[in-house]
Design a protein around this ligand. Structure first.
Ligand code: MF3
Ligand code: CO
Length: 257
């Protein structure tokens, strides 16, 4: 069952998402040459706390046997696709791209968003990877319309990305989000039109294309979390939490005061 949010749930999601977007926007201004990914993560932790929110990532365990996530945000550099762990050893430098993923809980509701920033100058190929991935997110969101199906979003993202010669990661997916970080439905970034669950008003969906330069295949490093492209070529990630309404999709992870 896909949870449908009532007015109260929508209000809660609006707040959590607004804070998540504000933290992400601040974090991206701090992603500069010479800064460590550990410092970025710590700053995000402080910011979340200043808003009365808490990281939904810290200590997160996908299953009982899985190692708890040790950081407050996910920071993934270059060939890292998602779930990178900030460390003092990783100093950002020109040419890097950095996926910043902020998932936080505020008053029982969860907001989830991500962006990939560039530490200039980056190569033209990497610049195009970022442009295409971000545009694929907005293209996918435009299909999150009442009456469509989840597969319409998936197909839109995949066809957009592949037409540009890049590949979509298949082993990780977008998801419903609300009281929990991961709710139904799963939202793959590949699929067929007209398949999957029907989109109804009041769904809150985290749509998140992960796009690789080369192969779509991924590997997980020995830390148990960091996901990298199998060919170690650069990967980008953009994400918004979206509310479905009778008037079309509404992006909730928009920065506010
Ligand atoms: N946006 C990511 C996701 O939806 C965040 C994962 S947080 C972590 O899966 F706890 F898994 F690190
Ligand atoms: Co997510």
């Amino acid at each position: 069952m896909i949870p449908i949010k009532n007015q109260e749930g929508i209000a809660g999601m609006r707040e959590a998402c607004r804070i998540a977007a504000t933290v992400l926007a601040k974090m991206r201004t701090l992603a500069l040459p010479g800064v460590s990914t550990y410092d970025l993560d710590q700053e995000a932790k402080r910011l979340m706390e200043s808003f009365g929110a808490r990281s939904a990532c810290f200590n997160y365990r996908p299953s009982r046997s899985h190692r708890a996530y040790p950081a407050y945000t996910c920071i993934s550099v270059n060939e890292e696709v998602v779930h990178g762990i900030g460390t003092i050893k990783r100093i950002l430098r020109p040419g890097d791209i950095v996926s910043l993923d902020v998932v936080l809980e505020y008053e029982g509701w969860i907001g989830d968003n991500a962006t990939t920033v560039r530490i200039d100058p980056v190569s033209p190929a990497v610049e195009r990877l970022l442009k295409v991935t971000e545009a694929a997110l907005y293209h996918g969101i435009s299909f999150a319309k009442v009456g469509n199906r989840i597969g319409d979003i998936s197909h839109a993202v995949q066809s957009f990305v592949e037409a540009e010669g890049f590949s979509v990661v298949r082993d990780m997916v977008g998801h419903g989000v609300g009281r929990s970080m991961h709710e139904e439905p799963q939202i793959p970034n590949f699929g067929r039109k007209g398949t999957g669950d029907k989109i109804r008003p009041g769904m809150t969906l985290a749509i998140e294309p992960m796009v690789n330069t080369g192969t779509h295949r991924i590997e997980t490093l020995s830390d148990g979390w960091t996901v990298v492209s199998a060919d170690r070529r650069p990967s980008a990630h953009f994400e918004h939490t979206v509310l479905t309404t009778e008037n079309g999709p509404e992006i909730l992870t928009i920065q506010g005061a």
